[in-house]
Design a protein around this ligand. Sequence first.
Ligand SMILES: [Zn+2]
Length: 335
Amino acid sequence: MNEAEIEDDRRQRVELLLSLASGDPSVDVDLTGVPGDPAAVARSVEVGRLMRHVRALAGGPRHPWSELEQARAAANYVEQELRASSLEPQSLGVTHRGVTLPVVWTSVPGSGAVAAGERAPVRSAVVLVAHYDTVDQSPGADDNASGVAGLLEVARVLPRRTLPRDVVLAAVPFEEDPGGFAGSAAFAEHLTSVFGNGIVAAVSAEMLGCSAAPRVTGDTGKDLLLAGYPGTGPVIDLLLAAANAWSTGRVRGLAVPLHVPEIERSDHVSFHRQGIPAVMATDGAEFRNRHYHQPSDTPETLDPQFLAGSTQSLAVGLMALASWGHPSQADRRGA
Ligand SMILES: [Zn+2]
């Protein structure tokens, strides 16, 4: 196939996936008793703070091999902002192709409620990850300062010691070529050593800030899109139900029935490789944002309200996942 044919092939796959994606869960999802008042959490997301993060992060390219200092500055910014939200940032150094950068991560502590049939609380978590590096020459406001900004705002608004599970938040390097997901791969391995098989789902925030006139069939230009590996249907159903119930943002999602390259385009890949149900949340990359990977991917090109809605959707979705199937949810329902 020549380049035009490959491009055409890819576009057809994207259009097919979009035509299958739905804004409603495939089954009834019971959200009764998710603790912590998700509607109030969604309302507390501030668009001004999100855009301030985007502007702070996207002052210039953060490509690890040509703008290492900028990439380091982004990691430092994340650390400082997590601390400002009274969380304890941790750092995991990762070396890839001669460059060392940290995964900056933290855990919003859960309530440690004891699950049915267990004698002691088992540490269990859900994960939100966003990459802070960019391609060479692009300031990466959408890709992916928007994702990191969303993560920082989620860190600020999530309730502490309220949800049954911990919510792990991680900003990672080495997503863009030739990073090969090295940051998230090291982190997913590390996290598995901490939580064992207690990680119920991982979501990658991969561009949260662009709405646009549709450029391919099936895109509304207005929805945050969730794309999961085969088998992630229950996770996507829960994320959709939570967004529909509590977020002003619109979301559509699909557990992709077959393994296609379009679902392998973000750091959730690394969690999937550890056997964790893994989903990407995205505004759709180059099929929506014409500034994708360009020097023109600047803060002014983003849609702040879309970014706020997407962040709300992720915050309440994580709250639902952190309570999912947990007896405290059932207890509250009975109460
Ligand atoms: Zn990206």
